[in-house]
Design a protein around this ligand. Sequence first.
Ligand code: PLP
Length: 343
Amino acid sequence: EFTLEREHTNIPTTAKTLVRLSANENPWGPSEKTKQALIGAIGESNRYAFKLRSELIKAIAEKEGVPENYILLGAGSSELLTASLVAFGQKGKILVGDPCYISGNEERVPMEKVPLTKDYQYDLDAIASKINGSQSLVYITNPNNPIGAILPSESLSAFIDNVSDKITVLSDEAYIDYAKDPKTATMIPAVKAGKNVLVLRTMSKLYAFAGLRCGYAIAKPEILKKIQPYCSGGFDMSVPSFAAAIAALKDTEFQQLTLKNTEESKQYLYAFLTKIGYTYIPSSANFVIFPLKMKGSDMLSKMAAEGVMLRKWEFDRQHWCRVSIGTLDEMKSFAEAFSKIIS
Ligand code: PLP
């Protein structure tokens, strides 16, 4: 993740089994079709990936309904996010919600943080009211990580209509595939309408590519040109990753399976938390955050001893635990270990 995972995660050293619910990965992948494509491409790995690169761009352009020159690929969306923050960060501050995926990185990026509303949603009115020429970018993670909440697309579109003449809006849509209706939730229509909007997408989540690395930016060419100098110049993904990405985009069966399994595990987690008298923030992503009744650091070390990796947060004068959605067995292991450490 953007912040060094090691600093924030409890990596168990003694536990025999590892239940990895700390980095919002997809436990059901890679799909069989992805694996076959990877194996099939190994023999071509001595070559640069020029041809596969244009094939993937074409496939993404078709899927998202945008021209090919509106797409910039990266080795995961982290490459594109870092490039965007470097490019825009030189011109002014980045307006962010607090907390959001990058709000802990203020030493790396000049930021202005705007607290979430009391129900943990982006405060779009407050963000709009801060725009004064000293900022260069508004960064919105939708759904927000670590919260899991999604903005109603009408509110975000209205916000973009209102501010994007003055400032570029980055819509980080890493988890949008888990939304009820991703096509309505995405801000790609605003890009198509010519607005100053930069959408970032990743294949790390729904497509199970966290270790394979494929992400893409969608924006008009003028915006892509600003971030391109800080990317690797087309030498990012590997030949097997390109072949796998082309196959995975078509593998709708695996995508549907992931969504079905995610929902089942999430409902199990919700029911468990309710049963033990805990609340949670309803999530439109593949993780759930809930308030703790102990210190986050104590929870992490106790859960590490049980072999369960998680993340902690502190906001709104409260300690929180973020659980990535794993397989049903992994959620049961989480429930068993958590019941033990609170009893
Ligand atoms: N954006 C958000 C909101 C994320 O949570 C993550 C990873 O968890 C990323 C971007 C980066 O993901 P990747 O580099 O794997 O595409």
